[in-house]
Design a protein around this ligand. Sequence first.
Ligand SMILES: Cc1cc2nc3c(=O)[nH]c(=O)nc-3n(C[C@H](O)[C@H](O)[C@H](O)COP(=O)(O)OP(=O)(O)OC[C@H]3O[C@@H](n4cnc5c(N)ncnc54)[C@H](O)[C@@H]3O)c2cc1C
Length: 517
Amino acid sequence: MSAPRVQGADAIHVGADDLPARADVLVVGLGVTGAGVALDAASRGLEVVAVDAFDLAWGTSRWSSKLVHGGLRYLANLQLDVAHESAVERGILMETTAPHLTRALPMLIPLTPSVSRSAARISRVAMTLGDLLRVTARTSRRTLPRPRRISAAETLALAPGVRREGLRGSILSFDGQLEDDARMVITIARTAAANGARIHTRSRVVELSGSHAVIRDELTGTERRIEARAVVNAAGVWAGQLVEEIRLKPSRGTHLVLKGSALPGMRVAVMAPVPGARNRFVFVLPQPDGNLYVGLTDEESDGDIPDVPEPTEAEIDFLLDVIGTAFERALSRDDVVGAYAGLRPLLDAGGSTADLSRKHAVLTSRTGVVTIVGGKLTTYRRMAQDAVDAAVAQRGLTAGPCRTATLPLVGAAPRSELARIEAPARLVRRFGTEAPAVLGNARRVTGFSDAELLAPLAPDVPTTMAELVFGVTHEGARTVEDLLERRTRIAMVPADAELARPSAERALELSENYLTS
Ligand SMILES: Cc1cc2nc3c(=O)[nH]c(=O)nc-3n(C[C@H](O)[C@H](O)[C@H](O)COP(=O)(O)OP(=O)(O)OC[C@H]3O[C@@H](n4cnc5c(N)ncnc54)[C@H](O)[C@@H]3O)c2cc1C
């Protein structure tokens, strides 16, 4: 087992008062894309400064379905290159760079009377093609087992709430699932910092060209100028606000949050076809914290881009209606304990957002800013590679080759090694090989016993004090919201966030000495 190691507390800088005056590469945005670009560039030996106006994972990256997609949906649209790229990146994440943050998620399409026999045959063929994608991407069957048809009895053992009348069985397939999307962004950002990148939150770019930026410290209001040999704009749906040539057509995706008790015993994801639509499903996705997410919609989103998008009433009703077709128990508004929406940063290329290609694009502006948009969480690494390649070529930077396909994120190790770590399973899932150090850090900072540090913060809230303390000391959290909304995802259920608020305040208080020492 590798020795517990943990990156220094100053890895994430909050505010811009100590921002360097120059860098090889300035990265704007610390969602999954910007964090990925920072890691790619830093690991090639470039001096990198990466900034976010708010916090790590503030934007779209924390509102995803948390799936590591194999690209099946793109195969259906005959986008073979996008599908293959997705499958390759899924394999890299699950087998090399982030085994600790990913797992195989079993997914069922229950063959209820509303799924015709021909629709079932098509789904079966699609799942077989999905498995072929896995094979061509050279991802092991141990990582993602083969799809198969299962009986009605097996279906009910895996998902007891599924509608029984006329149930002919299910198609069972596997895709990747993230422990949490924001956690992956934080882990990538910390890996970038460990490779020498300067990561600054609460640092807003207010002026940008291909060779400089003016950055406002959002804590003090002070503005600073930074010169950069290359500038990468990874500001997601806000990218067009920094570079006027960029035209985006965001689409909104909404999810509901239910407590596990709404559909007891669900060990797998369940997919219900959207009536009348081809190749569209509503999913129930069981989460590692015991909640269930129900998603997702794909609606064009016109007008201003809010800091935090809100689901509409119509989207909530749509999701409840479609998922209701697959389960015995009718789900109602009373079951919905939270809801969230995110905006996909899709390029405006005409057509409806549901049909727009999810392939990413690298665009260079008149002043030389390299913008990277589109894509998805799963393909962040490849997006970063393409953006840094473009910046290096365009600015004639001296840089090594891309290393990220074989560079494990902090805490990563082979699954067999993760299984042997002597620490609570929850911490290993979230911090991998760092789990013992996360607990050791909290002991040192608080003087609390392990029982106090590892107890669930509230009934139904499995997050621990050890995680909150680490969020402050090593992950740049400075407010209760940073802790409840991004270092942990307790705030996905607002009532749970209220229960956990005193613990988050306490973690900030207890860590204060550590931060000022
Ligand atoms: C509902 C939904 C579900 C999805 N599900 C999946 C999924 O299951 N799997 C998958 O692979 N992909 C999924 N995706 C796609 C994926 O989430 C996005 O493609 C990805 O998160 C985009 O990341 P990003 O870093 O480009 O943008 P963002 O995460 O939005 O990051 C942009 C950052 O830029 C910062 N910023 C903006 N302006 C400035 C400024 N002026 N100065 C400094 N910083 C600035 C913002 O604060 C923000 O943090 C989903 C998307 C949606 C909407």
